[in-house]
Design a protein around this ligand. Structure first.
Ligand code: FES
Length: 173
């Protein structure tokens, strides 16, 4: 008798399942449906309120167009200094300073300053510009951009690439 009861008990445990109660197909589908429903709601909530969700400001974190390039003494008299990372030339003639863009006005390649020829040359299609940025050869349709430049309270030169100024503009220090 005892042996029979034990066997019965074991059989019953196996049928019911220890970890997962035996479910009817209807109950299983109902549970699965609710699970899917809450998972979907959760995914939407995460999308809406989570990191970089709906309320996260959609802004581009670009570097400021206004930046310091050093003190006037950092630039030798009568020189053209290329600041590659800032994409500008700082041109100093005596006490006059100019900030000129390195971006070619043809298709946007970076022009290079040739010390020997005292001009800017574009390696892409051969445009050439005088030292003051005015184009004189090649397909470039206009001069290089000149940017606003000023001295800040600490005596440092600041360039603002969001402000394009006329070619004759210069900062006298
Ligand atoms: S991009 Fe400079 S000449 Fe074409």
């Amino acid at each position: 008798m005892e042996t029979n009861e034990k066997t019965k008990g074991n059989t019953s445990d196996t049928e019911q399942g220890i970890w997962f109660p035996k479910l009817s197909r209807r109950s299983f589908l109902t549970l699965a449906g609710w699970g899917l429903f809450f998972a979907t709601i959760g995914a939407y909530l995460v999308q809406f309120f989570g990191y970089k969700g709906f309320f996260y400001p959609k802004v581009l974190y670009e570097p400021s167009p206004k930046f310091t390039v050093g003190t006037p003494n950092d630039f030798p008299v009568n020189s053209v200094t290329t600041l590659k990372t800032k994409k500008i030339f700082v041109v100093r003639d005596g006490n006059s300073f100019k900030a000129i863009s390195v971006v070619c006005q043809h298709l946007g390649c970076a022009v290079e300053f040739s010390k020997e020829k005292n001009i800017y040359e574009c390696p892409c299609h051969g445009s050439k510009y005088y030292r003051n940025g005015v184009n004189f050869a090649g397909p470039a349709p206009r001069p290089l951009y000149h940017y606003d430049m000023f001295l800040d309270d600490n005596g440092k030169l600041v360039v603002d690439t969001s402000k394009i100024v006329p070619l004759e503009t210069e900062l006298i220090v």
